[in-house]
Design a protein. Structure first.
Length: 130
């Protein structure tokens, strides 16, 4: 990624690999494979291909240590999540958050904890923006 505002397209499989590295890094490809296999079966070649793609997209970096590569994320989870959320809301809801929340509310997908967290976020926003 050349600019801080650039966001590479990351597939679901690539995201799962990246997510494992966000949880704990640096890690070798074998460590990544073992962590992924805790959830479902991943083929070694597939994971190594995905690691290579993420390095090429400049989402992962690596250091060679002896005969192994130690991979680490080059972008923070929070930064990626923020960009993905903005893109999602922009694409599906024309940049408006209220219709998205209304959709969840109308489908009874919001728990009381979700509602309480939303209220706290709104209260904090109001205090900071008045």
């Amino acid at each position: 990624m050349n600019k801080s505002t650039d966001k590479p397209e990351i597939s679901n499989a690539e995201f799962e690999v990246l997510d494992v590295l966000w949880e704990d890094h640096p890690a070798t490809s074998n460590e990544v494979i073992a962590r992924l296999n805790n959830k479902k079966s991943w083929h070694e070649k597939t994971v190594k291909t995905l690691l290579g793609r993420l390095v090429k997209k400049e989402v992962l970096g690596f250091e060679k240590q002896h005969r192994q590569y130690l991979y680490h994320p080059l972008i923070a989870r929070e930064d990626y999540t923020k960009k993905e959320t903005t893109s999602f809301v922009s694409r599906l809801f024309k940049g408006k958050i209220a219709p998205m929340v209304a959709g969840f509310a109308n489908q009874n997908s919001l728990s009381q904890q979700d509602v309480d967290e939303l209220k706290a976020l709104i209260k904090k926003w109001e205090q900071n923006n008045d």
